[in-house]
Structure formats: C-alpha cells, structure tokens
Design a protein around this ligand. Structure first.
Ligand SMILES: Cc1cc2nc3c(=O)[nH]c(=O)nc-3n(C[C@H](O)[C@H](O)[C@H](O)COP(=O)(O)OP(=O)(O)OC[C@H]3O[C@@H](n4cnc5c(N)ncnc54)[C@H](O)[C@@H]3O)c2cc1C
Length: 138
C-alpha cells in the first residue's frame, strides 16, 4: 500500500491506476477469505470437532492466495527480482507453504473427494449441531 502511494509514474501515484487497484482488490479479497476459512478451521478444532475438510480448504486457499499475492507484487516492480528487498523473499517463502503440509494438488484431490462423496469424515464426538448451539449461547 505504501509503495502504491509513494511510487509515481506518468505524474501520478501508481495506486491511481486501475490495474494496480485490481491487484490490490484481489489481495484484499483473498486475505479476507483466507482469514475466514482459517478462523473456521481453528474454531472447529477448539470445539473438538473434526476439521480435516475445513483445514485442508483453508490451507490450500490461504497458501495459494499468498503465493499469488507475492507473484503479483514481484511482477509489479524490479524490487521483486532483487534479493536485497523483502518482495523477493515473500515470493520464495510463500512458495514453500504451497508445497509442505500437503501440496495444493493433494488438497484439491481431498476437496474433490469430499464433494463427490468418495472421501468421508469419520463420525465425531462433537456434532456440528452442538457446536452451533454452544456458539449461539456465547
Ligand atoms: C520449505 C519446505 C519445507 C518442508 N518441510 C518439511 C518438513 O518439515 N518435514 C517433512 O517431512 N517434509 C517437509 N517438506 C517436504 C514436503 O512435505 C514435500 O516436498 C511435499 O510433500 C511434496 O513432496 P515431493 O517434494 O516429494 O513432491 P513429489 O511427491 O515428487 O510430487 C511432485 C508433484 O506431484 C504431485 N503428486 C505427488 N503425488 C501425488 C498424488 N498421489 N496425487 C496427486 N498428485 C501428486 C505433487 O502434488 C507435486 O505437485 C518441506 C518442503 C518444503 C518446500
């Protein structure tokens, strides 16, 4: 955000250009979606509910989104190529998370498996209905 305000091209800050705004809007959208997904997964885990499906979805989405954001940033400026700046590090670091703890490929297979009914969550001690009830009481 700071760079978008500070950097000027053709007489105006680059944040005023629609394509830069589009990238920022996509990052905001992905950040909020990832946040909701991981908060749901964490909440379910805290409640003692099975959360493999939700955690997988959150991990897949958040790590792909962070890599996409880093890629957008690195494409935007020469600083994205130089290892003297953080932008290049974001790109390398975010790529790691896409690979470990289940690659995005594996999480896609899991999500398709759940959606198609090939993969099922085993019964759990805490039901979804009970969780909602506790949540409403809070
Ligand atoms: C930064 C970083 C930190 C890591 N930290 C650890 C760690 O602490 N502990 C640890 O044990 N490992 C760690 N790893 C290793 C990581 O878990 C593996 O790299 C990852 O599981 C992928 O395995 P692979 O590299 O052997 O890829 P491969 O198995 O060679 O896979 C190559 C490609 O094929 C796809 N693929 C493979 N099998 C299937 C399949 N059955 N179905 C569909 N697609 C498939 C993969 O998604 C991938 O795109 C780390 C990796 C990185 C990058």
């Amino acid at each position: 955000m700071r760079y978008a305000h500070e950097r000027k091209a053709f007489g105006k800050e680059i944040g005023k250009f629609q394509l830069v705004q589009q990238k920022i809007a996509r990052m905001v959208q992905s950040y909020e979606m990832a946040r909701l997904l991981y908060l749901r997964a964490g909440w379910m885990k805290n409640m003692g509910a099975r959360n493999t499906r939700e955690t997988s979805l959150a991990k897949w989405f958040a790590t792909d989104a962070s890599f996409d954001a880093a890629r957008m940033l690195s494409r935007c400026t020469r600083y994205g190529y130089s290892d003297e700046y953080d932008v290049e590090r974001y790109l390398r670091n975010s790529k790691g998370a896409v690979i470990y703890e289940g690659t995005s490929d594996i999480h896609q297979l899991m999500q398709a498996g759940y959606a198609l009914g090939y993969r099922e969550m085993p019964p759990c001690a805490v039901s979804y209905r009970l969780m909602i009830q506790v949540w409403q009481e809070e």
